[in-house]
Design a protein around this ligand. Structure first.
Ligand code: SF4
Ligand code: SF4
Length: 290
């Protein structure tokens, strides 16, 4: 049986999404598996402290590679590549792997047949054990591409383990924003928790991530973190939920104690208290409806 996959996302960084995900991991009952899909800047491990059990290299798509010894510097490849990924410098062609789309066209036009396609490591995929269950996490090498591919692989591995072990809950900490890694995190998920904060810019980012969920047909609900920092904006978010028919899951207040716990690497379940438990209950209830 496939696990119920709940993905926690936010339209922007800094909303406290990862802290709330760690709290949900601690609050959940029964076997669960966690995954940190923010492969550009993974932080869930700072709170869940996984003890590493597995580590694998991640290879993205194949990109062009030039055998410099045989390259004559004729420039055919450079003229062909519309992605400007290959250029001749000092008489030799060089590939900028960040721009190479792996189309293979330059291999066909090279008169010396000295271009091949090669895989190279773009990141690392890990598995570990936490106090609440196993966790999958990954890190892209700085400047590495294919973050969407790495997120997809991470989710696939976490899901595979859940199916094999009969674990019914998969909790994913998604990346911020609305780009490729977020799409990769949300596609096919059972429910998305959209964490926002009470500010005008957060509401506009929230609308963008809602459009994404709608486009991907992923049911979602909204949680406001640090709601008391602007009661006015929290009311505006609630009013938008009523007006648009979005599901409002709950709100969590700000507290110095919570901030201190997070800074010390502790999961602030006790510090946030009842509002957190109510939020988690609402997530489970809403999630079950879909
Ligand atoms: S494989 Fe395609 S994208 Fe990459 S350098 Fe060659 S022509 Fe350009
Ligand atoms: S087409 Fe081949 S030989 Fe010519 S510059 Fe490119 S890699 Fe070198």
């Amino acid at each position: 049986m496939s696990p119920r996959e709940i993905v926690v996302v936010s339209g922007k960084g800094g909303t406290g999404k990862t802290t709330l995900t760690a709290c949900f991991a601690a609050l959940a009952e029964g076997p669960r598996i966690m995954a940190d899909a923010d492969v550009d800047a993974p932080n869930l491990e700072l709170l869940l402290s996984p003890r590493e059990t597995e580590k694998r290299p991640f290879f993205g798509m194949e990109v062009a590679h030039v055998d410099a010894a045989r390259c004559t510097g004729c420039g055919e490849c450079e003229r062909f590549c519309r992605f400007r990924a290959i250029s001749v410098r000092d008489g030799k062609a060089e590939v900028d792997s960040g721009f190479c789309e792996g189309c293979g066209g330059c291999l066909l036009v090279c008169p010396e047949a000295c271009i091949s396609k090669e895989k190279f490591q773009r990141g690392v995929l890990r598995r570990g054990e936490t106090d609440f269950g196993s966790m999958w996490y990954a890190r892209l090498t700085p400047g590495g591409e294919n973050s969407g591919m790495l997120v997809a692989l991470l989710r696939k591995e976490a899901k595979r383990e859940a199916v094999e072990r009969g674990v019914s809950l998969l909790l994913v900490d998604g990346p911020p924003g609305v780009g490729c890694p977020v799409i990769s995190s949300l596609t096919g998920a059972d429910f998305a928790v959209l964490v926002t904060e009470p500010s005008r810019s957060a509401l506009s980012d929230l609308r963008r991530v809602i459009s994404l969920c709608t486009m991907l047909s992923v049911p979602f609900g909204i949680a406001v973190n640090r709601w008391d920092l602007s009661k006015e904006m929290t009311s505006a978010i609630r009013a938008a939920c009523d007006e648009e028919g979005w599901s409002f899951l709950g709100a969590v207040p700000f507290s110095e104690k919570t901030a201190r716990a997070v800074n010390e690497g502790r999961i602030p379940v006790k510090e946030i208290g009842d509002p957190l438990r109510e939020l988690w209950r609402a997530i489970l209830e809403k999630g079950r409806e879909h």
